[in-house]
Design a protein around this ligand. Structure first.
Ligand code: BGC
Length: 264
């Protein structure tokens, strides 16, 4: 591309297109600079281990370490495995229960200074990223992302808009919370085959589709890397496709959230 003065602008990085996201999980705090045009990371991601116990103060220190590693001064988006409403964490999955009731903006503001912040649920961030840049990008209807891990995280997107904190992993299906029968942890704990586990996942997806009628389910979480072993065995109606961004989805979605000024 050439500007009118004839000076090439092609090789200049467009800083305005860059964002920053941090994905907090039970084992790691991962962050990186995100190209918001392509949804790719700019350079490598950086990870510190989640401190144990993962108290709000200890995790906030880890978040600061990741931001400092990049010497990033701009807005920061952060995911937590928690419901966030009104800027307060209401639940805490795989992190210290001390998060419940924490004002996450106050806590992070103390570590990161005066800058724009967005804090949102981990699955919600992954859903935003997959919807815009990944497996959901060609769908016009409702896209439902589910992350299969220690629990089941959920995100519902329509026309690029997220309905935050859907928490469908806790929906009761056949008298049991969905994540207690179909998370990948349950598969591991009970040493289930992929085929047997697919029966449980199908039940859960059938219950979700009966209520939400998504156009597609996106399967995320580590187990989506092995999707060829279980997606073909699913018997629910709605198509299920594997996530494509995998371990960057949370980081990318967090960066998108702060770019959009989201404060669920
Ligand atoms: C939590 C969700 C979280 C999901 C994935 C569930 O147990 O309730 O808030 O998104 O796990 O971490």
């Amino acid at each position: 591309m050439s500007s009118e003065s004839g000076v090439s602008t092609e090789s200049l990085p467009d800083i305005a297109q860059q964002g920053f996201g941090i994905d907090v999980g039970g084992s790691g705090i991962k962050g990186g600079i995100v190209d918001l045009v392509t949804g790719d990371l700019v350079g490598e991601r950086f990870k510190v281990l989640t401190p144990q116990p993962a108290t709000p103060e200890a995790v906030a220190g880890g978040i600061r370490e990741v931001v400092d590693h990049f010497d990033w001064k701009g807005p920061v988006g952060v995911t937590l495995p928690a419901v966030i409403t009104g800027g307060v964490a209401r639940t805490a999955a795989n992190i210290d229960k001390g998060w419940i009731g924490t004002d996450v903006y106050k806590l992070l503001g103390e570590q990161l200074g005066d800058r724009q912040l967005s804090v949102l649920n981990d699955a919600d961030a992954a859903g935003m990223a997959e919807d815009r840049y990944g497996a959901g990008k060609d769908y016009k209807g409702v896209v439902m992302l589910l992350t299969f891990g220690t629990g089941i995280g959920s995100a519902i997107m329509f026309g690029g808009t997220l309905i935050p904190n859907t928490e469908l992993g806790h929906m009761e299906v056949d008298g049991k919370e969905a994540e207690h029968q179909a998370s990948s942890k349950v598969k591991e704990d009970k040493d289930m085959s992929y085929t047997k586990w697919a029966v449980e996942v199908s039940k859960v997806l059938s219950a979700y589709e009966a209520l939400f009628w998504p156009e597609v389910f996106i399967a995320g979480g580590g187990i989506s890397r092995k999707s060829h072993k279980w997606i073909p065995h699913l018997t629910n109606k709605t198509p299920v496709v594997p996530a494509t961004l995998l371990n960057t989805a949370g980081i990318v979605g967090a960066a998108m959230a702060v770019e959009a000024g989201l404060r669920p």
